[in-house]
Design a protein around this ligand. Structure first.
Ligand code: NOJ
Ligand code: CA
Length: 551
């Protein structure tokens, strides 16, 4: 018998609103300065009230934490700092009781060098299955066509291991050896990990670093056919035993290279749309819709059961790997004046700081996120407009404690401030005294209030998660206008990307006679007639604004 999931609709992820959070950063229940699972349970009411529907937990497994938990030393347990496996089960039940789904990380590509498999492999004789859990070589010249991803810290994808007397392969940090999926025992181990968490009732898995699972000489070692075969096997394993579960591909690749991760609906249910994200910021800064329409024109159709995951920010740098060199130069210039804002090929800032804390732009970006075809993914803290700290190393500046109140430690913990896993943001404008949940909950016109409305709106109209997108082509390129429609609902979305009010004429011959309703205020707009539609020009296409019209 297949094990049912918590969601009843197998396509639940199409209507979901995902919320990404780190247990460590959310709420500290035992005052040791580190967020934990019991703390997260205490904050479920907040998340339910916000209206998000699926919680994405960053890695919470035992780990030396040299890559914030993406360096796993035991896949089948919880890091003691965050609680116990019993705490996780309690959390999962509590989330499910509130109708929330839960997505966790499946870090398939690599382990920590402190994982028992690696300890065993480096001691095992060459040619044994134990040794071959990882990818070894006598030379550091093999697979020379593979790029380096963490360009700031790594000079090679090979590191010499004095115990094994060989080089081991790693696409990320040199303490993260890549697993060898040519070894059937590794595949079986990872499937056991999958079964363990899905048996507990986890709804979804984010498959970290999916393009790099298998390597072959003479290739870039990314997106290989063998990798797709492995992903298909993973999907078969899940489909054979479970219902209503979802896997999400983390493939930071061009749309044409991500498309195969959906297969014919037989690989991943979802995949992040990495190239769209920086182009949304480009369009905003250039006040020109072209970067967005251009990348959408390059985005292939996907199978009916599949869905894009859309995001503005996450726990990593705003990655600029999937842009041209000119576009990257532009983005650096426009969004990272200080070189400390950059890391690897990207920008380590939060949403609010990227747009100079401009409320209208934050709303505009979120409106695009919520109305584009796909499922929106929010990053914790961005719903209140939290700031960042560019003086912290690596990507830690966007991983600071959640700002709950104006009290000590932002209400995140009652530990001595020196003991916190990270300092809280103390900036006078974006720090916790000015920006926190408690203050915004008491203010109906706060960003948090606006986000709650936007989430509610999105959930009322299934068309956002389930329909296609048709761009309109008004001559004013500062305006991005599109229709989302299915058999039952039509929504006209109009974004003014400019800092100034803009005129726009929209050609809507098929909709003649319809009376649009503005969806946030439920206000009737003038009927659509034979002339180009100007209803929005007279009312709301003011600077950096967004208009939702229900038709
Ligand atoms: C992608 C994750 O998002 C990132 O945080 C991590 O450093 C790498 N994978 C390596 O696991
Ligand atoms: Ca704690």
């Amino acid at each position: 018998m297949k094990k049912p999931g918590n969601a009843t609709d197998p396509l639940w992820y199409k209507d979901a609103v995902l919320y990404e959070l780190h247990v460590r950063a959310f709420f500290d229940s035992n005052n040791d300065g580190i967020g934990d699972l019991p703390g997260l349970i205490q904050k479920l009411d907040y998340l339910q009230d916000l209206g998000v529907t699926c919680l994405w937990l960053l890695p919470f497994f035992p780990s030396p934490l040299k890559d914030d938990g993406y360096d796993i030393s035991d896949y089948l347990n919880v890091h003691p700092m965050y609680g116990t496996i019993e705490d996780f089960k309690t959390f999962l039940d509590a989330a499910h009781d509130r109708g929330l789904q839960v997505m966790i990380e499946l870090v398939m590509n690599h382990t920590s060098d402190q994982h028992a498999w690696f300890e065993r492999a480096r001691q095992a004789p060459k040619g044994t299955p134990e040794r071959d859990y990882y990818v070894w070589s006598d030379s550091d010249q093999k697979y020379g066509n593979a790029r380096i991803i963490f360009t700031d810290t790594e000079k090679s994808n090979w590191t010499w291991d004095p115990v094994a007397q060989a080089y081991f392969w790693h696409r990320f940090f040199s303490h993260q050896p890549d697993l060898n999926y040519d070894n059937p025992r590794v595949v079986e181990e990872m499937f056991q990990v999958v079964r363990y968490w899905l048996d507990l009732g986890v709804d979804a898995l984010r498959v970290d670093a999916i393009p790099y699972l298998i390597e072959r000489e003479g290739t870039s070692c990314e997106n290989l056919p063998e990798t797709h075969l492995l992903v298909k096997r993973l999907r078969q394993e899940i489909d054979a035993n479970y219902e209503s579960r979802m896997i999400l591909a983390e493939a930071n690749q061009w749309p044409s290279d991500v498309r195969p991760y959906f297969g014919e609906g037989d690989e991943c249910h979802m995949a992040f749309h990495f190239p769209l994200m920086p182009r949304i910021y480009m369009a905003l800064r250039q006040e020109d819709r072209l970067p967005i329409t251009d990348i959408m024109a390059q985005t292939p159709e996907i199978p009916g059961t599949c869905q894009w995951a859309l995001f503005l920010r996450n726990h990593d740098e705003l990655t600029l790997e999937m842009v041209t060199n000119d576009e990257r130069d532009y983005m650096y210039l426009a969004y990272s004046g200080d070189s400390r804002m950059r890391v690897n090929l990207g920008i380590r800032r939060r949403l609010a700081t990227l747009v100079d804390n401009n409320r209208r732009r934050i709303e505009l970006l979120n409106s695009l996120l919520f109305s584009f075809p796909g499922t929106p993914v929010l990053y914790y803290g961005d719903e209140i407009g939290m700031g960042d700290n560019i003086y912290l190393g690596d990507r830690n500046g966007v991983r600071t404690p959640m700002q709950w109140t104006a009290d000590r430690n932002a209400g995140f913990s009652r530990a001595s401030p020196a003991r916190l896993y990270s300092p809280v943001i103390m900036d006078p404008i974006l720090g916790y005294e000015a920006v926190n949940v408690e203050a915004q909950q008491g203010d109906p016109s706060s960003l948090l209030g606006w986000m709650r409305n936007m989430i509610a709106l999105r959930k009322l109209f299934r068309v956002f998660g389930r329909s296609t997108l048709e761009f309109l082509h008004p001559s004013n390129r500062k305006v991005l206008a599109y229709l989302r429609r299915d058999d039952e609902q039509s929504v006209l979305c109009v974004a003014n990307l400019s800092r100034f009010a803009q005129p726009v004429d929209l050609e809507l011959p098929e909709l003649e006679g319809a009376i649009p309703i503005e969806m946030l205020g439920y206000v009737d707009f003038p009927p659509i007639g034979k002339q180009p539609y100007r209803g929005c020009a007279t009312y709301k296409v003011r600077s950096s604004s967004f208009l939702f019209l229900w038709i």
